[in-house]
Design a protein around this ligand. Structure first.
Ligand code: COA
Length: 145
């Protein structure tokens, strides 16, 4: 089995299709593309050359210390086998190489426990975004020099 992660400066058709199938097809969000896509790096996780995971990240401060990770999804038939955690580790590694100090995520309530397993902590109360309940979760990145 080969696992590879690619980082793209813009959203590819293939990545968009996976996002669309999860967030619109499964979860019924009203739309998928937003203003943050044009300033994001887009991430694809490939297993044996097939796209199985997707995410994006963008900085939210000028110093580029803090990044928001979002549109994070694993193909439905391959959930629960560790691919999500692997994708998050690859993103964290990439962001640490860019000098990032922390990651923030607007986590859907149903996914919060996944992010806790990835080492994130909950910050504050539940809020509603695009009709779905979310919590802000945060992870401080530890440099291992
Ligand atoms: C959330 C999601 C990305 C998790 O990916 P995954 O590949 O299934 O997760 P993993 O298999 O890597 O799981 C890592 C750990 O989190 C746990 N976990 C995963 N999803 C979980 C969930 N929804 N609730 C509770 N625990 C969960 C696993 O049991 C595992 O625990 P372990 O380390 O003790 O074995 C995936 O379920 C998904 O794509 N969901 C639909 C899209 C979505 O909601 N994205 C989040 C948007 S905020």
């Amino acid at each position: 089995m080969s696992i590879e992660v690619y980082f793209y400066p813009s959203l590819t058709e293939e990545l968009f299709r996976l996002r669309e199938s999860v967030f619109i097809g499964e979860q019924h969000f009203p739309y998928e593309i937003d203003d943050n896509d044009s300033r994001s790096i887009h991430v694809g996780l490939f297993k044996d050359n097939e796209l199985v995971g997707v995410a994006r990240y963008f900085p939210i401060d000028e110093a580029k210390n803090t990044y928001i990770v979002g549109r994070f999804a694993i193909r439905k038939d391959l959930r629960g086998v560790g691919l999500g955690k692997l994708l998050m580790e690859k993103i964290e590694h990439q962001l640490m190489n860019k000098g990032a100090k922390e990651i923030l995520i607007h986590a859907q309530i149903e996914a919060v426990d996944f992010y806790l397993k990835c080492g994130f902590k909950i910050e504050g109360d539940t809020f509603v975004e695009e009709g779905h309940e979310h919590k802000l979760v945060k992870k401080i990145l530890e440099q291992h020099n």
